[in-house]
Design a binder for this molecule. Sequence first.
Ligand SMILES: [Cu+2]
Length: 147
Amino acid sequence: MKTITLIISIAIASFSVTTSYAQDKGATTEKASYKLASFGVRGNCGMCKATIEKAANAVDGVRSAVWNKDAKQVIVSYDPAKTSLDKIHAAIANSGYDTEKVTASKKAYNGLAGCCQYDRKQKMNQKLKKESGGHDHGGHDHSGHQH
Ligand SMILES: [Cu+2]
């Protein structure tokens, strides 16, 4: 019974800490509930990755965006109260990259660096060879993860 009392008092203590922290911050950022979604986005290289992620992150309400070059897919975390997937698709297409829902305009596409002018028939949402479970990646690392 003693442990239960202890757990409860810890819970109460940490709750009040969280509450006062949230109040200090204006109670908005920490309380938002984010949704995770992934969808297909075409692209070639690390430069594409930077552009795609920047475009998605520039949307108000997007917390993070990570594009996977091999899968041709982006994973976004966003606040559905502030933005929508449609807006994120549109922002990425605006930066020159086709998404599975929105095709980039010819003008935006032509504005990309030569090496980034991906094949417009490129398959999105490609299945990756088993990434998890026992298979070692030895040396082949996905660099370019600074923000
Ligand atoms: Cu590129």
